[in-house]
Design a protein around this ligand. Sequence first.
Ligand code: ZN
Ligand code: FE
Ligand code: FE
Ligand code: ZN
Length: 271
Amino acid sequence: MAAVREEVSMPSIPGDFHVHTKWCGHAVGEMEEYVLSAVEAGLPALGFSAHFPMPVHQQPYKVCLEEAEVPLFVEEFRRLKAAYADKIQLLMGFEVDFVDGEEERVRTDCIERWRPDYLIGSVHIVGDWPFDHPDFVDRYERWNVTELYLTYFCKLRRMVRSGLFDVVGHLDLVKKFGHRPEGDVGEAVSELLDEVKAQGMLVEMNTAGFDKPVGEMYPSDETLCEVARRGIPLTLGSDAHAPQQVGRYFDRAVEAAERAGSRDIRLPRRR
Ligand code: ZN
Ligand code: FE
Ligand code: FE
Ligand code: ZN
């Protein structure tokens, strides 16, 4: 009996839609260096996702654009978009740190003013704690880890429910340093994903996690299966903070999507 061999092709990579540059303060490299790196990697598209200015400086470091820098970022984006039009498609996005009560500011100061191609909604702060910052990692000890996960997912759900964003950024970022909940948080994840589906958002496969203590992608394989099962489309981001990180581990991300049963990896767009 002849073996039936199906041609299996991997889902195609639409581009890298989560990168930072020198504008974010804690990342390095000119925007143009990221473009060149993406072209070199053969990516069809690149989306800049500078951290949008935060209302209050919640961290003692520069982690986002200053208000006055946004026009400069936008101007440089437009220059590059025109200059590289025949080589790569460039998108202008922002990564917005969700803050309760700031929804109207995001609508007017970000969406209406700058008309971005897409917005990534992320949660980096629980209470007043930037839990993903290495300098504050000792504060995990103050938490019951299960409670922390539930608090985090609850805030992420409010981000999703706001209807302002197109992409869920690094969905399970709270695992970054390897702290795992003892209790079951599956129900919180399920409720979150139901909301993501209802809002028509994309879930980002963020490959920065491979280089963090947790050593795996955001979201986990298990969560990715839940995403695929609901028919929620995916997008891709390296969360590069240096030009050479553009497109990092995308082969692994595509394999993970394939294993989870999804081939729907998209270029993000305003809904
Ligand atoms: Zn960053
Ligand atoms: Fe982030
Ligand atoms: Fe980021
Ligand atoms: Zn990020």
